[in-house]
Design a protein around this ligand. Structure first.
Ligand SMILES: *Cc1c(COP(=O)(O)O)cnc(C)c1O
Length: 371
């Protein structure tokens, strides 16, 4: 089946008892046992599994072409479950432009438990130079947040295979509509489903999808059910509902972002646009080879520095000045000030999540804000 069909059907089935076409929300935390003490439905207690979560995990696994998926209460909870599933003392190779929430999680919650280096994961020599006997994982994020750096997934997989390492790919910016890391050999895909999967800036969620069910995956499943960072049945329901339109939403997002990136690149007040769909992007060739669309988040730097950048976010009328991405509404933010004191993000950088409004209105809004 094609991805549009999977998105609509893989997370839904007709309810056996009521014949409802849309799966009902099952709020029950507990499920009746039979005379032998067993569980006829397979469900026992909702932290371990719930019908709405099962439905969500089914569609997530199929969208990324994986063996199985695990849904979490946020993207950070999904990332943390990977870190918690690793043996203490494991060394992780991380991107220098890693999502700041996960970078801070490692630095503040896993210091002394795991080892990590933040490096240019797209530079094969640099990666190889950082592999140690206790290295277990190469973590990649492509395109990265907020600099839109691209990492060659196949290259990371090739290096990992030589050293028996796992590759985990944060695919939040691309979604399976634009990039399928498991097909390129990555072991696990991570998502903040708060972003494009949810798509309406009204729910938090995270997901991990595995290429194969192995020892690491069993440990991750244990972290999910024992740690309990699970999404509620209602959140699972709404996420499954949103996913049905993900393929069509992504087309609109990708279309608008490309046009907005091209507009900004030609604007006299813009110093630089970071977007993998522009030929000026340093890794454009890699992006073109491994992506089927370039996503819809872009960053741009303004001439004149931080003050000029902040004036623009205060002058927009359609864009909301807010963090996050992936919703139908467009957002713009001054990125460095949200990332905290250890940010490496340039102070004249604005990050844009391009929404589904008409592109002419979005361009006109930035035009007036920069006038
Ligand atoms: C938002 C985001 C996360 C974290 O997800 P939450 O749902 O906010 O916990 C992780 N990685 C990337 C690339 C993100 O954009």
């Amino acid at each position: 089946m094609k991805i549009e069909t999977i998105a609509i059907h893989a997370g839904n089935h007709i309810d056996e008892t009521s014949k409802a076409v849309i799966q009902p929300i099952v709020m029950s935390t507990t499920f009746e046992r039979n005379h032998e003490g067993g569980y006829d439905s397979g469900y026992s207690y909702s932290r371990a599994a719930n019908p709405n979560r099962t439905a969500l995990e089914n569609v997530l696994a199929k969208l990324e072409n994986g063996a199985e998926a695990a849904a979490f209460s946020s993207g950070n909870a999904a990332g943390m479950s990977v870190f918690q599933a690793l043996e203490p003392g494991t060394h992780i190779i991380c991107p220098d432009d890693m999502y700041h929430g996960l970078r801070n999680q490692l630095k503040m919650l896993f210091a002394g438990i795991l080892e990590f280096d933040f490096i240019d994961v797209n530079d094969a020599d640099v990666v190889k130079a950082h592999i140690k006997p206790n290295t277990g994982v190469i973590w990649i994020e492509t395109p990265s947040n907020p600099l839109l750096k691209i990492t060659d997934i196949k290259q990371a997989v090739t290096i990992a295979a030589k050293h028996n390492l796992k590759v985990v790919c944060d695919n939040t910016f691309a979604t399976p509509l634009c990039q399928q890391p498991l097909a390129l050999g990555a072991d696990i895909v991570m998502h903040s489903t708060t972003k494009y999967f949810g798509g309406h800036s009204d729910l938090m969620g995270g997901a991990l999808i595995t290429r194969e069910k192995n020892e690491l995956w069993e440990k991750i499943r244990n972290v999910q059910t024992m740690g309990g960072a699970i999404p509620s049945p209602t959140d699972c329901y709404f996420l499954t509902r949103s996913i049905k339109t993900l393929p069509y939403r992504m087309r609109g997002h990708v279309h608008n972002a490309q046009l907005l990136a091209e507009y900004l690149e030609n604007h006299p007040r813009v110093e630089k646009v970071m977007f993998p769909g522009l030929q000026s992007h340093p890794q454009y060739a890699i992006a073109k080879a491994q992506m089927t669309g370039f996503g819809a988040v872009l960053s741009f730097c303004l001439k004149g520095g931080e003050e000029e950048a902040k004036k623009v976010v205060n002058a927009v009328k359609i864009f909301a000045q807010a963090t996050s991405l992936g919703g139908v509404e467009s957002l713009i933010e001054h990125r460095a000030s949200i990332e905290g004191p250890d940010t490496k993000t340039p102070f004249n950088l604005l990050r844009v999540s391009v929404g589904l409004e008409h592109i002419d209105d979005l361009i006109a809004d930035l035009q007036q804000a920069m006038a």
